[in-house]
Design a protein around this ligand. Structure first.
Ligand SMILES: [Zn+2]
Length: 106
């Protein structure tokens, strides 16, 4: 058995767990129930973790998690997409209709 992933957010841990499970990797979540026990144990030891049963999956599973995280980061980036003003080259939030700097419309 080997720990392959750890995150303070249980939802992130479960995303990874389901990712691996769907791919047929034998794995399980550890520490998910200890969140209410913070105070009894040091916080870093009570973060939910994903463990794999079979160490031979480790490299493949690590790669999958890496790709998954890259994908997530890209999705996040798309959601917070900014646009660059064609007039003054300032970065603008996606929600801005006109440039905050020079009022040029996007
Ligand atoms: Zn501008």
């Amino acid at each position: 058995m080997k720990r392959i992933y750890q995150h303070f957010d249980r939802f992130e841990v479960y995303k990874v767990f389901h990712l691996l499970e769907d791919a047929g990797v034998p794995c399980f979540v550890k520490n998910e129930l200890l969140q209410g026990a913070i105070g009894d144990v040091p916080p870093q030891n009570s973060e939910p973790e994903v463990w794999i049963n079979d160490n031979s999956w480790f490299d493949k599973a690590s790669q999958m998690i890496k790709e998954f995280e890259t994908e997530q980061a890209q999705t996040l980036k798309r959601h917070s997409a900014q646009w660059v003003c064609s007039n003054c080259k300032e970065d603008n939030e996606q929600t801005f209709a006109v440039c905050w700097n020079c009022q040029q419309s996007s």
